[in-house]
Design a protein around this ligand. Structure first.
Ligand code: PLP
Length: 290
C-alpha cells in the first residue's frame, strides 16, 4: 500500500511528495517537528503535542502556518488515508523557501508543512519485558534542547553509537549530569523508591510522554523529584527507565554493559508501562480535542 503525504496544501503519494531545494528546513535545519503516537486510530496526548509544536514555532519566530483546527483536519485525513490504527504521525513545519542566506527571509514567505504517517507504534511488548541496553554518550547538543527542531545531528550520532553498540538508546550526559536520551527522556528510581527525572530546562526536551507519566506516577502515589542527577547515580540506581512517544515506558537493564541493580526490568517501570498502556487503550475520539 502506498503512503499518502500532505505537503503544502496537497495530499500526494509519498513517493511523489517533494520539497523545494531552497527550503530552509533543508539548508539550515530551520524547522520544527512533532511525532505523535496513534493508538486504535486516535492520537495520544494530542493537545500536548500541538501545544509544544506551537511553542517551538514561537521560540524560533516561525509564523504559525494554520490554526490548530486546520492542522487537526489534515492530521485526521493523513491517519484516515493511510489506514493507520497503531502507528505514528510525523509533522514538520519549516520557516519556508527563500534564496539561501542566514538571516530570516523578509517578505511574505510561507512556512512549509509536511504531515506523514507510519504503521507500527511503540516497541514490541517482548522488548519491554526483557528491558533494554543503553550506552552513555556525551551530550553534544546546542543550548536550546527544549525546542523540538529538526537539527538532530548530535541525536543521530548518539543513536548511531548506540546501534553500533547493539544498544537501544544513548543516555546523554553533560558535565556528569544525565540530561535525557537521544530520542527519549531518562528516569531513575532511588533506593528509597523516589522517581527522579531531569527538570524542564533548556537542557532537555520536555517530553509529552514524560509529562503524562509524571502525572500518572504521582496519581499512583509515587514520589517524583524533578532534579538533575549524575551518571554515577544512574549506574547505581534501583531502576532506570525511558519515556517517549515511540518508547512508551521502557525499562533499562544495562548501562555500558553493566547491569542496573540485578539486571532485570524494575517493578516501577513495568507498573508505569502498564498504566501508560491502559491510558492508550482507554483513548477515544475525544483524544482529538485540543
Ligand atoms: N527527548 C528527545 C531528545 C526526543 O527526541 C524525544 C522524542 O522524540 C523525547 C525526549 C520524548 O518526547 P515525547 O515524549 O514528547 O515523544
Amino acid at each position: 500500500m502506498s503512503h499518502v503525504a500532505y505537503v503544502n496544501g496537497r495530499y500526494l503519494p509519498q513517493k511523489q511528495a517533494q520539497v523545494h531545494i531552497e527550503d530552509r528546513g533543508y539548508q539550515f535545519a530551520d524547522g520544527v517537528y512533532e511525532v505523535i503516537c496513534v493508538w486504535n486510530g486516535v492520537p495520544a496526548d494530542y493537545a500536548g503535542h500541538l501545544k509544544r509544536l506551537n511553542r517551538s514555532l514561537n521560540e524560533l519566530r516561525i509564523a504559525s502556518p494554520m490554526s490548530d483546527g486546520a492542522l487537526t483536519f489534515i492530521v485526521k485525513e493523513i491517519v484516515r488515508r493511510n489506514h493507520v490504527s497503531q502507528g505514528t504521525v510525523y509533522m514538520q513545519v519549516n520557516r519556508g523557501v527563500a534564496p539561501r542566506a542566514h538571516p530570516f527571509p523578509t517578505g511574505n514567505v510561507k512556512p512549509s508543512v509536511v504531515v506523514t504517517a507510519k504503521h507500527g507504534a511503540g516497541p514490541a511488548e517482548s522488548v519491554a519485558e526483557k528491558g533494554v541496553k543503553v550506552i552513555a554518550v556525551v551530550d553534544q547538543r546546542w543550548g536550546r534542547c527544549d525546542i523540538k527542531t529538526v537539527g538532530l545531528l548530535p541525536n543521530a550520532l548518539a543513536k548511531q553509537a548506540a546501534a553500533e553498540g547493539k544498544a537501544f538508546e544513548a543516555l546523554l550526559h553533560r558535565d556528569g549530569i544525565v540530561t535525557e536520551a537521544s530520542a527519549s527522556n531518562a528516569w531513575l528510581v532511588t533506593k528509597d523508591q523516589i522517581l527522579v527525572t531531569h527538570p524542564v530546562t533548556n537542557a532537555i526536551l520536555a517530553g509529552v510522554t514524560r509529562g503524562t507519566v509524571l502525572k500518572m506516577a504521582r496519581a499512583a502515589g509515587y514520589k517524583v523529584e524533578e532534579r538533575p542527577f549524575t551518571l554515577d547515580e544512574t549506574k547505581t540506581a534501583k531502576e532506570v527507565f525511558l519515556t517517549g512517544t515511540t518508547t512508551f515506558v521502557m525499562p533499562v537493564v544495562t548501562i555500558d554493559d553493566r547491569p542496573v541493580a540485578n539486571g532485570a526490568p524494575g517493578t516501577v517501570a513495568l507498573d508505569l508501562r502498564q498504566r501508560y498502556r491502559a491510558y492508550l487503550d482507554g483513548l477515544t475520539e475525544t483524544a482529538w480535542n485540543v
